[in-house]
Design a protein around this ligand. Structure first.
Ligand SMILES: [Zn+2]
Length: 93
């Protein structure tokens, strides 16, 4: 099978390297603030592992990676994002 070279990125939680397509991308957009999958600016990635989603230090790790302060609401938004992301990734199987 011919495949384009995957773009590899590191999960902020487990520090393992994954194909970018398999990661949840969080970007601190210059104008619009925190965004998922879009935006331009500093980005951080989380892998699909449950361990990383439920990491109690994930917010701290993301704050460090994005060099920004994340509102307490961010975690709620992130959790919703993860639910739909799990759903989408399971759909094709
Ligand atoms: Zn991870």
């Amino acid at each position: 099978m011919i495949r384009q070279n995957p773009v590899m990125r590191i999960c902020v939680s487990c520090r393992k390297t994954y194909d970018r397509e398999n990661l949840l991308k969080i970007t601190k957009d210059h104008n619009q603030g925190i965004m998922f999958y879009k935006g331009t600016g500093r980005s951080a990635y989380i892998c699909k592992s449950k361990k990383c989603h439920s990491d109690s230090k994930i917010k701290k790790k993301l704050q460090k990676a994005l060099k920004t302060f994340l509102e307490p609401e961010f975690i709620e938004i992130l959790e919703k994002e993860i639910i739909s992301y799990d759903y989408n990734s399971n759909k094709g199987i």
